[in-house]
Structure formats: structure tokens, C-alpha cells
Design a protein around this ligand. Structure first.
Ligand code: AMP
Length: 221
């Protein structure tokens, strides 16, 4: 894939599948923005905005923020100039109404949407999420056992403070996985029927998953 071509990617997968990490790498590779709706909402909460306050109650329970709210946020983001050459969407769409909303966005016919779904067994997702620590400053992710930071509680990338997201607590993790099965998993059939879906084994190291994604997109590793 040439760096100048338009690339519109959607990364699907349950919480903990590694969408954020892989979206970061794909965004650097194709030089298009990584759009994480979860990060956008957490930034709104940090700012104390009206949207942030509204979203927080849903997020704390592991539920989805209402579709209409999300569609407004994403439409506005995709209309920005930096999305002209494409984007990597991470965490959106998460429901059939959101996917229909994305279908309705006018991209002036440039470039096809590619949907890559990361497959990871449920027990592995719980292990990954329960040990996850996130940097408050740059959003980098670590794992207490699998990828510990060099210094306890400190981000290796930017020196920021690491914290455990409220929704990475075990009781909320199960709620999020249930929501994924009910609301988001139907998108696999939705995109498969359109011939847009590629399913990728999301187990193994970051480098291994990244190589699988690269092969699926037919770029050199
Ligand atoms: P994430 O960081 O992608 O795991 O998202 C964290 C939380 O933000 C989710 O559990 C939802 O409550 C909310 N959220 C993020 N993206 C969406 C979306 N596309 N639709 C609805 N809720 C979302």
C-alpha cells in the first residue's frame, strides 16, 4: 500500500484485543490519524465538558454511550482535514446503528473501508485487561505481568503516571465483554456480508499481530 493512497481502516475486536496498540502502529505506518473514541471520551471527561459528564456514567458501568452522541462526535472528527488521506478507527463503530451511520458519511468515493477484526479468547482478554495500566499523559499501555514498565507506576514513553482505568476492574470487564457480544459482535456479520471483513488472530506478541495485520493489508512487514 503506498503511503500516498487513501486508507480507511476500522479495527474491530473485544476490549483487550489490542486494538489501541495496533491502531497506533497502523497510524504511524500509513501516516493517518488514529481515532480512538474511548480516548476522545476520556479526554472530554478530563476537560469536564458536558459530553464528558454525560458519557462518564455509561463508561463507568461498562455500557455503550448512546449511538446518536457517538455519531455526532465521530462525524465531526472525520470531517477534519487530517482525515483526508484516511484514518484508523479504534472503538467505533460498536453497534449496527453506528456502522450504518459510518456508511452514511460521504467520503467522496475515495478509498474503500477495510475492516480488520482481532480475535482473542475471552480468558485471555480478562487477563490482559485486569493487569492493564494506562499512562494518564500519553495513553501508552503496559501490563503488570506481560509488559511491566521499567519503573513501577511510571510510563516508559513519556514519564507520565500510570493508572488502572475504572472500567478495567474485573466486574466491569465482564460487563464490557457482555456488551461486546450483544452490541458489537453482530458487526462481524454486517461487514462480512459486504465483503469488507478480514479476521486476524490477535493472540501472541504485538509484533506477531502487527505482522498478521500487515499481511492482510499486503504491506511488507
Ligand atoms: P475503549 O477505550 O474503546 O475501551 O472505550 C471505553 C468506553 O468508552 C466503552 O466501554 C464505552 O463506554 C465508551 N465508548 C467508546 N467508544 C464507543 C462507541 N463507539 N460507542 C459507544 N460507547 C463507546
Amino acid at each position: 500500500m503506498e503511503p500516498t493512497s487513501v486508507i480507511r481502516l476500522v479495527l474491530l475486536g473485544p476490549p483487550g484485543a489490542g486494538k489501541g496498540t495496533q491502531a497506533d502502529l497502523l497510524s504511524a505506518r500509513f501516516r493517518v490519524p488514529h481515532i480512538s473514541t474511548g480516548d476522545m471520551l476520556r479526554a472530554e471527561i478530563g476537560r469536564g465538558s458536558e459530553l464528558g459528564c454525560e458519557a462518564k456514567a455509561f463508561m463507568d458501568r461498562g455500557e455503550l454511550v448512546p449511538d446518536q452522541l457517538m455519531l455526532g462526535v465521530v462525524r465531526e472528527r472525520l470531517a477534519k482535514a487530517d482525515c483526508e488521506r484516511g484514518f484508523v478507527l479504534d472503538g467505533f463503530p460498536r453497534s449496527v446503528p453506528q456502522a450504518n451511520g459510518l456508511d452514511a458519511v460521504d467520503f467522496a468515493g475515495v478509498g474503500a473501508l477495510r475492516v480488520l477484526s482481532l480475535l482473542v479468547p475471552a480468558a485471555e482478554l480478562v487477563r490482559r485487561l485486569a493487569g492493564r495500566r494506562t499512562c494518564r499523559a500519553c495513553g501508552a499501555m503496559f501490563h503488570v505481568a506481560f509488559e511491566p514498565p521499567t519503573k513501577d507506576g511510571v510510563c516508559d514513553r513519556c514519564g507520565g503516571a500510570l493508572y488502572q482505568r475504572d472500567d478495567d476492574r474485573e466486574d466491569i470487564i465482564h460487563a464490557r465483554l457482555d456488551v461486546y457480544r450483544k452490541e458489537t459482535e453482530p458487526l462481524l456479520a454486517f461487514y462480512r456480508a459486504r465483503g469488507l471483513l478480514t479476521e486476524i488472530d490477535g493472540t501472541g506478541s504485538t509484533a506477531e499481530v502487527s505482522a498478521r495485520l500487515a499481511s492482510a493489508l499486503e504491506v511488507s512487514h
